[in-house]
Structures are given as C-alpha cells and as structure tokens.
Design a protein around this ligand. Sequence first.
Ligand SMILES: [Zn+2]
Length: 192
Amino acid sequence: MDFTPYEFRNQPWFDQQNFQGFNEAIPMKTMVVHCFDPRAAEIPEAVAEHFGDEVFPGENVLDEEGNRVGHTRTLFPLANAGGRAVDAVQAVATMDYLFRFKTVAVVHHSFCGATAFGPDQIIDRYRDEHGVDISDTFARESLSIPHFDESVKHDLALLRSHPAVPKETRLFGFFYEINTGKLVEIARDVPA
Ligand SMILES: [Zn+2]
C-alpha cells in the first residue's frame, strides 16, 4: 500500500516552505508530562482545571466531508514512566516546530511505582538479569523518584537546560495525589 497520499508534505495545498504552524487547526498551548499509571489518568483534566483557560479533552473539528481537520484541545498529555522530563524533550522539540505552544507542566503522583526503588536497584537488576550496565545510560536522578520535591525540581531544571526547550517556555511542576485528586504546585520557572 502506498501511504504517501496521507502525508501533509504531499498535499497540493500544503506549503512546506511557508509553514506557519498548525495552531489554527489545533490551538495547542500546554504539554502535560505525567505518569502512565492508570490510577493517575485524570492528571490532564486536573491541570486543565488548575490553569483555568485550557480546553481538555475538547472535540474534533470537521470539514463538510466529515474529515478531521482540527481539534479544540489546547492541552496535550504526554504519558511515560513516572512522568519524567527525560522522556519528554523529543516531544517538546516536535511540538515546538508544529505549534507555538507556551507551557510544559511536569506532574509526579502519589504512590508512583518509581518511588518503589532507587537508581541502584534498577542498575543492579539490569546487571544481574540482563547482563548489561545502564549506569551511564540515564542520569541517576531520572531513573527513579526518591523524593517528590527533588524529582519535580530536577525535571524542571533538565528542561530549562536542554537545548531543545525554547528559553521562553513556561515550566510548572506539580504533585498529584491519586486518591483525592489534589494538585499541588511544587515549582515553577516562568521567564519574564
Ligand atoms: Zn507513576
């Protein structure tokens, strides 16, 4: 099957040289990095409510033929193990090209699996069971959540110092309690 007809760059109306972003089709403003623990699935809604000016989940925008040509959502969830920034920088780079988005929120949650071990436990397990050394593969601080305050602040610092994160991006860090749904801001880094 030829999939090229499904690529934007092959659409007759698409002008790659003068690409201005897809914000008119989808008004993305915010990325929420959170854990894929199913008990924490309400984090995007909680962050949208906290900021107060977000649309989530939103709905599809259709053209006359029923094609999905846009969406009303402004807040994009990115789920990974622990809700860690180390796994989010590629998404930030891609979304910065496609959208003029402004904010990244990192959210770590209560009773996260990543609080069940420290970096040495996962490094030792890999050495013992898989016969490989991952001690230099990831920063130790990104391998587990030994302390919520520190893990959230580490992730904001990682984003702020990463070349793929634009300097004007607003960064927020939260703790989410899965039983009460309470969202607590731990840190923010908002350029003037
Ligand atoms: Zn988790």
